[in-house]
Design a protein around this ligand. Structure first.
Ligand SMILES: [Zn+2]
Length: 187
């Protein structure tokens, strides 16, 4: 193997590993789930949008991540490098999910957080790609966001590995409680 080829391989290997870490989830893991009795968003109009209505509202990239569990390529989202203060909201329904103070550079190429705003995320077990991982999604619209791993920094020790396409960054904003987030219901 020539030196440049070896160098390319050495660069590619960690990227491939990181790619697996955030690889797409099982098809439909978070979709079509019957609402739990304690589900605060069980009656939300966001839950009743059809696939066609979601396609109208979202970009193709947002649709494939949020509604089809795709994973964007690593290092492609500008939000991976975003360092300003503000709030990260669900690109599907606008629910505030993460505060900038919980964001950190994980080196994986995806926006990463060590905590989320309480009451905004649901989890499911994802067994695709011969792995058992924990998928998480927006609790209001059930849009897929990423996977959470137990290798994050203190104080939680968690790493929420989020697709940038699934987020909207609101610079300078303070988080609002889930129940009071002033996003209009879909029409
Ligand atoms: Zn949402």
């Amino acid at each position: 193997m020539t030196d440049p080829a070896r160098r390319r391989l050495l660069v590619a290997l960690p990227l491939l590993a990181a790619g697996w870490a955030c690889a797409p989830g099982a098809d439909g893991a978070a979709r079509n789930r019957p609402p739990a009795a304690d589900d605060p968003f069980a009656d939300s109009p966001w839950r009743r949008l059809t696939e066609a209505q979601w396609r109208e509202r979202l970009t193709p990239e947002q649709f494939s991540v949020l509604r089809q569990h795709a994973t964007e390529r690593a290092f492609t989202s500008p939000l991976d490098r975003e360092t300003r203060a503000g709030v990260y909201a669900c690109a599907g329904c606008g629910l505030h999910l993460f505060e900038s103070r919980t964001k950190f550079d994980s080196g994986t190429g995806w926006p990463s957080f060590f905590d989320h705003i309480p009451g905004t995320l649901g989890r499911s077990i994802d067994t695709s790609f011969f792995m058992t991982r924990t998928e998480y999604h927006c609790l209001r619209c059930l849009g897929h966001h990423g996977h959470v791993f137990p290798d994050g920094p203190r104080p939680t020790g968690l790493r929420y590995c989020n697709n940038g396409d699934a987020l909207t960054f609101l610079p300078g904003q303070l988080p609002e409680p889930a129940s009071a987030t002033g996003v209009p219901a879909p029409v």
